[in-house]
Design a protein around this ligand. Structure first.
Ligand SMILES: *[C@@H]1O[C@H](CO)[C@@H](O)[C@H](O)[C@H]1NC(C)=O
Ligand SMILES: *[C@@H]1O[C@H](CO)[C@@H](O)[C@H](O)[C@H]1NC(C)=O
Length: 359
């Protein structure tokens, strides 16, 4: 008590007004100006303002955030969610003050994150090769630009007549439903197996994304269960054949998929290098169905985009104009029931186990 009083006194002493003589000293800028006589003060002030703004523009345009593996690097954009949410949702948020899973979101806001270095480059490469291998084996997979591979639902996009032509009608009808075929049957048909390395990389990456998401949003791991996880392969050389191929429309994940609480994207290759276009655009709702771009993410191998999946985060992917854009989408749910409906991967018979592990 006595110590803190003394400290306060010392602090007060530091801020004591200066002696009257010192106070009367003119401020710095006017003192400097007489060295260049002839120009009115307001011109000097205008020049000063110009210089400062020029410096600010240079600083802003050359600023690049530092990269630290595992930390938020490029930027962390907090959605101005409450401001832009529809009234009904605003009210819900205000009433509960809670985010998804009944847990307060960090800062009690709906957030978006972009991170680099969450997943080791070697594992990102392993997954990119796994995806390209499956798509190539499936004769290019989908007929339109996007092909989707879901290891849990055992599906791969498939619509190439060359591939179908080598099968009997019976094989074809067993294999194919809509634009997908049964991946397990397809791999058996072609005598393909996953390598142990592929399976291990996939599991590690999926776990790493879950852990990272838990950390970012402050949701305990147990409350955050895997929903769908799937690969997307968008080939800019193909043209859309059906409306399902039109991946570039604005959407909200909970409307599109129903159960997602959080969505995580991991890019497996990079814009400019492997493809052009394909930027991820977060949008903001201005009400009356008007959405405007709010932030763009440039895809880069190993980069993670994580966001809450509801109305606060409408988004879209721009068209890929060249090359192939590859990504892994991992969704998370707070519903135990939904989580239980997700099949585990792999089916051991689909893996070529290396080492001593038996089949
Ligand atoms: C795919 O085919 C395999 C092997 O015939 C079968 O066990 C599995 O249930 C099928 N999966 C789906 C989702 O239909
Ligand atoms: C992309 O599609 C084109 C046209 O179908 C095809 O020739 C090319 O091999 C595909 N690229 C990849 C990497 O799958």
């Amino acid at each position: 008590m006595a110590g803190s009083t003394a400290r306060r006194r010392r602090e007060e002493a530091k801020t004591e007004p200066k002696a009257p003589g010192e106070e009367a000293k003119p401020p710095h800028v006017p003192e400097l100006l007489p060295a260049f006589p002839g120009l009115p003060l307001r011109i000097w002030m205008a020049l000063l303002v110009l210089l400062v703004s020029a410096a600010a523009v240079i600083l802003v345009s050359t600023w690049k955030p530092a990269e630290h593996p595992g930390k938020q690097t490029d930027f962390e954009v907090w959605a101005s969610a409450r401001r832009n949410l529809p009234d009904a949702l605003q009210m819900k948020l205000a009433l509960t003050g809670f985010g998804l899973c009944g847990i307060p979101r960090r800062g009690n806001r709906c957030a978006r994150f972009v991170l680099d270095g969450v997943v080791p480059a070697a594992e990102v490469k392993e997954l990119a090769e796994l995806l390209q291998w499956l798509v190539s084996e499936a004769w290019g997979a989908g007929s339109g630009p996007p092909s989707v591979v879901d290891l849990h639902a055992e599906t791969i996009s498939y619509k190439d007549q060359r591939g179908v032509a080598v099968m009997t009608l019976k094989e074809k009808s067993e294999l194919q439903q809509d634009n997908f075929v049964n991946l397990t049957m397809f791999m058996e048909f072609k005598s393909l197996k996953f390598t142990q390395k592929q399976v291990e990389a996939y599991s590690r990456v999926r776990q790493a994304l879950r852990k990272q998401l838990s950390r970012l949003f402050g949701v305990p791991l147990e409350g955050l269960q895997h929903d769908m996880t799937f690969f997307s392969h968008i080939n800019g050389s193909k043209t859309a054949q059906t409306t399902h191929d039109e991946y570039w429309h604005s959407h909200i994940d909970t409307e599109q998929y129903g159960t997602f609480a959080y969505t995580v994207l991991l890019y497996l290759n990079s814009a400019d290098h492997d493809f052009d276009g394909g930027e991820f655009i977060f949008e903001e709702s201005r009400g009356n169905g008007v959405v405007v771009p709010a932030a763009a993410v440039e895809p880069r191998a190993g980069r993670v985009v994580a966001f809450s999946s509801d109305a606060e985060n409408p988004h879209k992917v721009l068209k890929v104009s060249r090359g192939v854009r590859m990504a892994l989408t991992a969704a998370f749910t707070c519903s135990q029931e939904q989580a239980a409906s997700i099949q585990s991967f792999p089916n051991p018979s689909m893996v070529e186990w290396s080492g001593t592990a038996a089949e």
